[in-house]
Design a protein around this ligand. Structure first.
Ligand code: MN
Length: 195
């Protein structure tokens, strides 16, 4: 289990960053959690992380999730993150891996709508989010890599349900846990509401 976090640990210098060390993959209980972190680093993107099998399965979504079921958003599969990363909000020093500002943009419970292991290998994975902002059914669709391309590209798509088209990500510019804007997190301002 611990090797799952090797890549995560190798990319980071824990004497420089406040991000959690990936000591171990933690057992999951029946309530699987997810987080979407808005991350302004060398590029602005949103990280979707789904708790599965003791780690956070992670995808970097350059444009962020779309509430519109007509949109297909590139979601680049990245290294598994430790479960503790779910509560990380703050700054990663410039020059370090992912250097920039991280906001907890959404969080909550999630449920697979099909067996995740099978779905991961089939390349199409349906799930339901019970977040504060992202709700309802979603699907991640694996894209076959072109010759010479790394096999890491997926598409994140909102499924048609009553939550489709209900909002825009740009409607939400604050943290769901601290109420802070990106600027306030970057400036180290104290949280506005209790975690
Ligand atoms: Mn990121």
């Amino acid at each position: 289990m611990a090797e799952k976090l090797d890549t995560y640990n190798k990319k980071r210098r824990f004497d420089k960053t406040d991000e959690p060390r990936g000591d171990k993959a933690s057992p999951s209980d029946s309530n699987l959690r997810f987080v979407v972190q808005h991350h302004i680093a060398s590029r602005d993107h949103y990280d979707l992380r789904l708790e599965w099998d003791g780690v956070l399965k992670s995808w970097a979504v350059p444009k962020g999730p779309s509430f519109n079921s007509g949109d297909k958003r590139l979601a680049v599969n990245v290294e598994d993150h430790p479960l503790e990363y779910r509560t990380f909000e703050g700054t990663i020093p410039e020059g370090e891996y992912g250097g920039g500002t991280v906001m907890i943009w959404d969080e909550g419970r999630w449920e697979p709508l099909e067996d995740p292991e099978e779905a991961f290998s089939h390349g199409s994975f349906k799930f339901e989010l019970y977040g504060q902002r992202l709700k309802g059914r979603w699907v991640l669709v694996h894209m076959r890599p072109k010759e010479g391309e790394k096999d890491k590209n997926w598409l994140l798509i909102k499924e048609r349900d009553k939550y489709a088209g209900s909002a825009n990500i740009a409607d939400y510019t604050t943290s769901v846990v601290s109420g802070r804007t990106m600027e306030e997190i970057a400036a180290g301002k104290q949280p506005k509401k209790k975690k």
